[in-house]
Design a protein around this ligand. Structure first.
Ligand SMILES: Cc1ncc(COP(=O)(O)O)c(C=O)c1O
Length: 385
């Protein structure tokens, strides 16, 4: 059991353990359940039985919720089948028809698509703001929520979350943040004024590229609406996925340290190469977000970007295609390294790149092997240019 005085690295090891209920087994097993049986009619009364129906939770999902709750320090955690669903559920828990939202222009692409399609159809208006904008003048009387993501997807701008939260709360708007990059270990979302903190557990929680899961953590004032929305939409995460996410969580702290160490080496090496125009990684001194990152974050993960000096698409393909250790894939947060050309869509003029932008996830391989791979890739790029 973890206590409220324990440090986060201890919490992720000890929280949500229920060995007493599982014959001493360290890990809560996978409960596969739809039907839960009641001993008698009297037990059907609300509150009489802890478990009532599979969708409403099992010991496996409760173990994960408890562990996340201890780490996030909010008032309510709900588990959902994906990170995208964490964003959509959190948004739907606060907006109604006729409301307005401010959404960072650096938001995860599919969340943006949800705002531009489903929410638009439901009569919710979205304005995209530059990640570093002063949001105060952009708030309208009907602005219900300010959506943040720090650092931003693909472009890695760090946002001043405490300043955003102060401005939003002064006008009665809620603050929602996608905290997947930092995880609750490296950024304390609720502690910095975030009302609804969302996490694609698909990334570092799972950590092994084999699970799709998400969660939302709400503070006290947003807990009831979140719980109600989640229940009304019939959302649940599978027992197997909860088990895998909980197993991943136990080792997340050590993995993150190594991901940061390797990403830093790769980013520094790339930053010194003549083919590279700039690095997008707030953990590096010189990054425009570095001072805010140092003030608010406890570390960095393995995901960063870089802008190449202008080259042809064929040269980018030659660079990316021949990699030995970097897979080409959309996710990140697993043990393996990934590389991906980035396609950036913006409503504001907040990001400008003259050359192609590439995203790297630094995995747990040896950093020197990864650097050797990148070096060969840059040689291929130069051949085509
Ligand atoms: C920042 C961020 N948030 C959310 C998601 C969505 O996660 P999922 O794929 O589990 O829906 C992703 C996926 O890449 C992401 O990068």
């Amino acid at each position: 059991m973890s206590t409220k005085h324990d440090k986060p690295d201890t919490v992720i090891v000890s929280a949500g353990r229920m060995s007493d209920s599982h014959f001493g087994a360290v890990n809560t097993p996978v409960y596969r359940a739809s039907t839960i049986l009641f001993p008698d009619v009297a037990s059907l009364a609300p509150g009489k039985q802890l478990y009532t129906y599979g969708r409403r939770g099992t010991p496996t999902s409760h173990s994960l919720e408890d562990a996340i709750g201890a780490l996030e320090g909010g008032a309510q955690v709900v588990l959902v089948p994906s990170g995208l669903n964490a964003a959509t559920t959190a948004i739907l828990s606060v907006v109604s028809s006729g409301d307005h939202m401010l959404v960072t222009d650096s938001v995860y692409g599919p969340t943006r698509h949800f705002c531009d399609t489903t929410l638009k159809r439901l009569g919710v208006e979205t304005t995209y703001y530059a990640p570093n904008a002063d949001i105060a003048p952009l708030l309208k009387p009907n602005t219900k929520v300010v959506v943040c993501e720090s650092p931003g997807s693909l472009t890695f701008e760090i946002q001043d979350i405490p300043a955003i939260a102060r401005a939003a709360h002064a006008r009665g708007a809620s603050v929602l943040m996608d905290n997947t990059w930092a995880t609750p270990l490296l950024f304390d979302a609720h502690g910095h004024g975030v009302d609804l903190s969302i996490q694609a557990g698909t990334k570092y929680l799972g950590g092994h590229a084999d699970v799709t899961i998400g969660y939302v953590s709400a503070n006290q004032s947003h807990a009831a609406r979140l719980k109600e929305t989640h229940g009304n939409m019939g959302l649940a995460a599978s027992g197997d996925d909860c088990f895998l996410a909980l197993r991943g969580l136990r080792t997340m702290a050590v993995r993150l340290k190594r991901h940061q160490e390797t990403a830093t080496k790769l980013a520094q090496w790339l930053g010194a190469r003549p083919e590279v125009a700039r690095i997008l990684y707030p953990a590096l001194p010189g990054d425009p977000g570095h001072a805010l990152w140092k003030r608010d974050f406890k570390g960095a993960c393995g995901l960063f970007g870089f802008e190449l000096k202008p080259v042809s698409e064929a040269a980018v393909a030659a660079f990316v295609d021949g990699m030995q250790h970097f897979g080409i894939g959309y996710s990140w947060g697993g043990f393996e390294s990934l590389i991906l050309p980035s396609h950036i869509h913006r409503a504001t003029a907040s990001f400008d790149a003259k050359g192609p932008v590439i995203r790297i996830h630094a995995g747990l391989e040896d950093a020197d092997d990864l650097i050797a791979d990148l070096e060969l890739g840059l040689a291929r790029l130069k051949d085509i240019k």
